[in-house]
Design a protein around this ligand. Sequence first.
Ligand code: FMN
Length: 183
Amino acid sequence: MEAIEVLTGRVSPAQLVEPGPSAAQLEQILAAANRAPDHGRMQPWRFLLIEGEARARFGELMAQSLKRREPDAPQGKLDSERKKAQRAPLVVIVAATVKENPKVPDIEQIVAAGAAAQNMLLAAHALGLGGFWRTGPIAYDAAVKRELGFDDADTIVGIIYLGSIGLPGQAKPADVAAVTRRW
Ligand SMILES: Cc1cc2nc3c(=O)[nH]c(=O)nc-3n(C[C@H](O)[C@H](O)[C@H](O)COP(=O)(O)O)c2cc1C
């Protein structure tokens, strides 16, 4: 695939299935993520890989987080929250690990971690795999962050689901002219 087609053709798939990225593909995906623009060479991103059985533990964290937010949530809602962790063979939590730096404001470190997450999606797409980006309240739940081994100062910028494409997604039209102007 031409690089420009990778960039303009990425779409979130409607469904991801097994198999997940092979070891060699995962290495390429992580290498691409690690090539994100990085002011001050701080590598302000961290990648937490959750696959196989670990997804059930992650699903449990998601359900517990929902229960804290909604103590009266019905069992069905908790179960579907738990199942979200099984939406892909591989879940990668991308966090920004912000360090004080007089030349690199916090926002730049967070944006760089976001760029790493996007590189991950693009690399997966280039390899013929699929991926989608999620966050939601669990990304901002301090208890979840702690359980996953992040520091309080870390920010989860993306929960990236990766796998083979079960059902392709459809690109939603978005007018670039509406968001572009000359000055
Ligand atoms: C930081 C970030 C967080 C997102 N979180 C969610 C989310 O929690 N739920 C969701 O449905 N889409 C979320 N999205 C949007 C989807 O990943 C996706 O981009 C959107 O549905 C458009 O589909 P497309 O990727 O095919 O253009 C998020 C995107 C970004 C950049």
